[in-house]
Design a protein around this ligand. Structure first.
Ligand SMILES: [Zn+2]
Ligand SMILES: [Zn+2]
Length: 276
C-alpha cells in the first residue's frame, strides 16, 4: 500500500525535478508498465501465495531453534537482525539475478524486465510472474529458516520496494552513491545495451558484491542510454506467454541442454524475437 499509493507517485515527481536525462512521462510501454504495477498484487499472488503458504506451514512446525542454525536469529540483538536481513537480501538477489542472466531458460523470463526501451520508475514492475517468484524464493526461504525479527523483515521489504523504484528512476543523484548503492545510474547501466555493460551491475540495494566480484560497471563521465529491445512486445499478456514460446524455439533448434547453457556460436540474448 505504501508503494502503490505512496512513493510510486512521489518518485515520478523527483524524476521531473532532477532528471538524469530529459524524458517524457508518456513514453512507449507506459500503459503496460502501469498495468504491471497495479495488477502485480493479483498476478504475483498466484505463485507467491503457494510459496508463502508452504513457508508458513514450515515455520509453524519449526518455530523454534534447532540443528544447523535453524532459528538462529530468534532473540538475537536487533543490530544482528538488521545486518542478517540486509545480507540475506543482497546475496540472494545477486545470486538469483546472476543466474537469470547466465542460464538461457531463466533469461527468457527475465528479459521481460529488460525489454523496456525507455526507463523510469514505472519500469520497475515490468516482470514476468515466474521471474519475480524466482527472485523472492531464496530470500523467503532464508528468512523462514533463520527467523529474524518480522518487524525488521517488513522494514527491509518496504525499503527494497522503495529502492527498486528509486533505482529505476530517471534521477540524477551524487556519483559517489553508486559505489555503495545501486542508484539510478548504476542500475541503468545494467539495462543498457552498451557492450561493456552487458551482464554487469546485478545488485538491487547495496552493491558490494558487484564491486567484490568485478561485475560493477560505473564510468563517471558517461550516462547510460539505449535500453531494451524494440522488437519485444509492450503487451503484458504477450510478455507472459512469449518466454514459453522462446524456450520452445530454443529446444526445437538446439535441444534441451541449450536451456541450461548458452550455445557458443549464437548467444541467446541476441536472438531476434518474433511472433509478438
Ligand atoms: Zn537483469
Ligand atoms: Zn531493472
Amino acid at each position: 500500500m505504501l508503494s502503490l499509493y505512496g512513493w510510486i507517485w512521489l518518485i515520478p515527481i523527483i524524476e521531473r525535478i532532477m532528471p538524469l536525462k530529459g524524458q517524457q512521462l508518456i513514453r512507449p510501454g507506459i500503459i503496460n508498465d502501469l498495468i504491471h504495477t497495479y495488477h502485480r498484487v493479483h498476478l504475483w499472488s498466484m505463485l507467491n501465495a503457494a510459496l508463502v503458504s508452504w513457508l508458513v506451514a514450515y515455520s509453524l512446525n519449526h518455530g523454534e531453534q534447532g540443528p544447523y542454525l535453524r532459528g538462529a536469529l530468534i532473540n538475537a540483538h536487533w543490530s544482528v537482525n538488521v545486518i542478517a536481513v540486509l545480507v540475506f537480501g543482497h546475496v540472494t538477489f545477486y545470486a538469483a539475478h546472476l543466474a537469470c542472466h547466465k542460464v538461457p531458460l531463466l533469461w527468457q523470463f527475465h528479459r521481460v524486465h529488460h525489454s523496456s526501451v525507455k526507463l523510469d520508475s514505472f519500469s520497475t514492475s515490468r516482470f514476468h510472474i515466474i521471474d519475480k517468484t524466482l527472485f523472492a524464493t531464496p530470500y523467503l526461504m532464508l528468512v523462514t529458516y533463520f527467523q529474524p525479527d518480522p518487524g525488521i523483515v517488513f522494514l527491509f521489504v518496504s525499503f527494497n520496494d522503495f529502492w527498486g523504484r528509486y533505482g529505476h528512476g530517471n534521477i540524477r543523484d551524487p556519483h559517489w552513491l553508486g559505489y555503495v548503492m545501486s542508484n539510478p545510474k548504476f542500475h541503468r547501466w545494467h539495462h543498457s545495451n552498451h557492450p561493456d555493460a552487458i551482464d554487469k551491475n546485478f545488485s538491487a540495494e547495496f552493491n558490494f558484491l558487484d564491486w567484490i566480484f568485478g561485475t560493477a560497471y560505473y564510468p563517471k563521465e558517461e550516462i547510460p542510454e539505449n535500453f531494451g529491445s524494440e522488437e519485444y512486445s509492450n503487451n503484458i499478456i504477450v510478455q507472459h506467454y512469449q518466454p514459453f514460446l522462446d524456450c520452445y524455439r530454443i529446444v526445437k533448434n538446439d535441444g534441451w541442454m541449450a536451456l541450461l547453457r548458452k550455445p557458443k556460436t549464437s548467444p541467446v540474448k541476441q536472438q531476434p524475437v518474433t511472433g509478438n
